[in-house]
Design a protein around this ligand. Structure first.
Ligand code: AMP
Length: 311
């Protein structure tokens, strides 16, 4: 995977924190490491704390391709309102990511699963060029890149099997109010699956062959910091797909529920602390709780209960 490794300043109506370990790659790596071996490609500046690299390494994340360069690490600052929903970006400083090109070590060129986390789409394409015949490519992006590099984001979507994007960004990309229309336009670019994330309202999976699946979010009373929800979602989703090695419709549905569960842990605490606290048992508990949340009695769609007798 490639993506931003960052320090974040986060404000909510209830609290404010500075220089938190963040970035799309950090959240993704911590979540996905619950499912599979993660190899992180990225760059940090000389201000990056050694203990933060150790945190990732301690999760089993391979950080051999995480470069350190002279300069400032990626810094993002954002603010949330009382709905704790979408972030308002106050500043984005690309730092050492500004003129960086990924260099994939030879040993990683045959990886089967690739996740292009949120970062400059030209970096995402550059990395993808260096991988030989990946089985599954998934990507994420955000409004910042849609605004400045829309056509490159479209190129990344064209070359991905699974696209993850949030609701507002899907609308922005397709320049439409209709999520259904936006989904159709994105799928027409070529991916076989599209996941549209809707924050506390859950997520929607659209398949190119016409199938759909909608999942609610895991209901939480405590949300301290929504930052990284989308990246942790992607970690659970891609982690599950890598673990099962399949893009079957059923596995994609399960992957969406794993993504939902990972996101629920991520938002409970600042930085990666929430997702780092999730254990396999806790993941399984919330997975089953989500299943029962959407079960309608004992019947299933495939083996529906017989109709009531006619009078
Ligand atoms: P999300 O999962 O959407 O909440 O992602 C939040 C993370 O994205 C934060 O930790 C930021 O450091 C990172 N981020 C913010 N803006 C950008 C950007 N333009 N490119 C890449 N990563 C970003």
């Amino acid at each position: 995977m490639v993506g931003s490794v960052a320090y974040d300043d986060v404000q909510t109506p209830f609290d404010r924190r500075r220089d938190l370990l963040g970035g799309a790659a950090s959240y993704f790596a911590v979540a996905a490491s619950l499912y599979a071996r993660v190899r992180l490609v990225g760059v940090v500046g000389d201000d990056f704390r050694a203990e933060d690299v150790e945190r990732l390494r301690g999760r089993g994340v391979d950080v051999a391709a995480l470069e350190r360069r002279a300069g400032r690490s990626f810094h993002w600052s954002g603010r949330y309102d009382y709905d704790m929903s979408s972030a308002e970006t106050l500043s984005t400083d690309l730092g050492v990511f500004g003129d960086w090109h990924p260099r994939l070590p030879e040993a990683l060129r045959d990886v089967p699963f690739v996740f292009l986390a949120n970062i400059d789409p030209e970096i995402q394409l550059d990395l993808l060029e260096q991988v030989r015949g990946p089985r599954i490519v998934a990507m994420d992006s955000m409004n910042y890149w849609l605004e400045y590099k829309r056509s490159s984001v479209a190129d990344v979507m064209r070359r991905s099997h699974v696209v993850c994007i949030n609701e507002g960004e899907a609308r922005q990309f397709a320049q439409t109010f209709s999520i259904i229309r936006a989904a159709r336009e994105i799928l027409e670019l070529g991916p076989s699956a599209l996941v549209i994330k809707r924050g506390e309202h859950g997520s929607m999976l659209f398949l190119r062959d016409g199938g759909t699946f909608w999942s609610p979010a895991y209901p939480l009373e405590k949300v301290q910091d929504p930052t990284g929800a989308g990246d942790s979602f992607a970690g659970g989703l891609v982690g599950h797909l890598a673990a099962v090695g399949s893009l079957d419709a059923d596995e994609l549905r399960r992957a969406v529920v794993h993504g939902t569960v990972c996101a629920s842990f991520a938002v409970e605490t600042f930085s990666v602390d929430g997702i780092a606290s999730a254990t396999p048992d806790a993941i399984e508990g919330r997975y089953q709780a989500l299943r029962s949340l959407v079960a309608i009695g004992a019947e299933t769609l495939a083996g529906a209960a017989p109709p009531p007798p006619r009078r």
